[in-house]
Design a protein around this ligand. Structure first.
Ligand SMILES: Nc1ncnc2c1ncn2[C@@H]1O[C@H](COP(=O)(O)OP(=O)(O)OP(=O)(O)O)[C@@H](O)[C@H]1O
Ligand SMILES: [Mg+2]
Length: 432
């Protein structure tokens, strides 16, 4: 650990990479859109870096952790803070007439999350009510990946991980291309909720899937349905592409990306996701619910008609099916697909099809660790959960969730968690 005391002149900008703590000994600084005066302090996480600007001549005490770095004052052309500030001031002015809805887009590591916080803080410090829809499904900071969240910051913050959601929506994946429809619906639904609450500003942070043409087209359609008053695009290249698709009435700002950022490797991102799951499920308990009471949305096994007794015996006359059915715990038929849940540990019995049926073999372990959305009886999202186990023959499912009210349905997604909360995509083969 290292402690440095630095004096900076009004207008000077420092770049600080975490882990770090900055105490303002005198003067005042601007960090992520908010002013911090004498006696206040901010903490910068080890995976983050920020530009910090002196609003007045200031004296700071900076404590750096092992990888922490303090640079500067940096050249003004090397920092984005002034340009961001002027965009935010413009949007703020527009909000004085009528509530604004701002969509923030850009590639990975382009500053979307920071810009979102910057704008929200600017509003908060001026006593305006602002909401954030954190719709970056893969790097969701406010709730957990697989969900998106609505949050209402009421004091300045550095990183969205300091905030808690007022509402979440489960979309079920951590890469937007795999759940585009659910994600779009979730975003629109949270915007609807936010609008009903009458905020002065709503900021929608999005994911960084934007470089392929499918991704760009998806983002354009997102903008089409969100119908924001302002669009902020981080990065000139992608900004120019999107501009070609947006009509004149949408106010578009192309904002510069921070130049030297604390980048996160794939492993760091996975770690950050694990931390988010761990925090969310820390106070959760295991609920055991009956499959007859609770619906499983996206489960093909339970959509099919259950086959038992005579019907199963008849099927087992087919020698191709006999061993499989002898080892089954639950069998259902949907259209021409025979879903067979087999006992754990049974060797690979998977067969493609018989003359009459395609076969879908499922093991109870295929469901274990699956992240699910928890809905109440009227299909409102109330929480997320993790499947601890499912017993198809007894008809019960165990799910860990912080929710303790009634459960109407569980929505299966395509992400599984291990014990240490590392996530992976479940195989597309196992149609639970
Ligand atoms: N002015 C700045 N100077 C240096 N680094 C910055 C600055 N602003 C933000 N950063 C850092 O840049 C990195 C990327 O920023 P941010 O997380 O806001 O981008 P993002 O587009 O939301 O990324 P992701 O695609 O992972 O969601 C972060 O480590 C952030 O702390
Ligand atoms: Mg982000």
């Amino acid at each position: 650990m290292m402690i440095k005391e630095v004096s900076i002149r009004e207008g000077d900008i420092l770049r600080v990479t975490g882990p770090a703590r900055i105490e303002v000994l005198s003067g005042s600084i601007l960090a992520v859109g908010a002013a911090y005066g004498k006696g206040s302090s901010i903490v910068i996480h080890r995976f983050r870096s920020y530009g910090v600007k002196a609003i007045r001549n200031s004296k700071l005490r900076v404590t750096l952790g092992s990888d922490g770095v303090l640079e500067g004052p940096v050249e003004r052309c090397e920092e984005v803070i002034d340009e961001w500030l002027s965009i935010v001031e413009n949007i703020y002015k527009d909000s004085l007439d009528r509530g604004v809805l701002v969509a923030v887009l850009g590639p990975i590591e382009s500053g979307k999350t920071t810009f979102t916080a910057f704008l929200a803080n600017y509003f908060v410090q001026r006593g305006r009510r602002v909401a954030i829809v954190d719709a970056d499904i893969g790097q969701e900071d406010v709730a957990i990946p697989t969900t998106i969240a609505l949050t209402e910051p009421n004091k300045p913050f550095i990183w969205q991980r300091e905030l808690r959601p007022t509402d979440i929506r489960f979309a079920g994946c951590i890469s937007p291309q795999y759940c585009q429809t659910a994600l779009l619906a979730a975003i629109l639904d949270l915007i609807r909720v936010a609008r009903e609450r009458g905020y002065d500003g709503i900021v929608v942070n999005t994911d960084g899937w934007i470089s392929s043409h499918q991704a760009i087209i998806y983002k354009i359609n997102l903008i089409r349905w969100v119908r924001p008053t302002h669009v902020v695009i981080l990065g000139r290249d992608i900004g120019e592409v999107l501009l070609r698709a947006l009509p004149k009435g949408v106010r578009v700002y192309i904002a510069p990306r921070p130049l030297k950022v604390r980048e996160r490797a794939r492993e760091d991102r996975r770690r950050l996701r694990a931390e988010a799951y761990a925090r969310y499920f820390a106070n959760a308990r295991v609920r055991e619910v009956k499959l007859s009471d609770v619906k499983l949305i996206n489960s093909v096994v339970l959509l099919g008609k259950r086959l038992e007794g005579r019907e199963l015996e008849e099927l087992a006359n087919d020698p191709l099916l006999k061993t499989l059915l002898d080892n089954s715990l639950y069998v259902s038929l949907l259209n021409k697909v025979l879903n067979v849940v087999v006992k754990e540990g049974v060797g690979d019995l998977v067969m493609g099809r018989t003359q009459s049926y395609s076969i879908n073999v499922v093991r109870p372990s295929d469901v274990k660790g699956l992240v699910v959305g928890v809905l109440d009886e009227r299909m409102n999202d109330v929480a997320a959960g993790v499947v601890e186990g499912i017993d198809f023959s007894k008809g019960v499912i165990k799910v860990r969730t912080p929710w303790d009210g009634g459960i109407g349905a569980l929505v299966l997604g395509d992400v599984k968690l291990l014990r240490n909360y590392e996530d992976s995509r479940r195989s597309a083969k196992c149609l639970v």
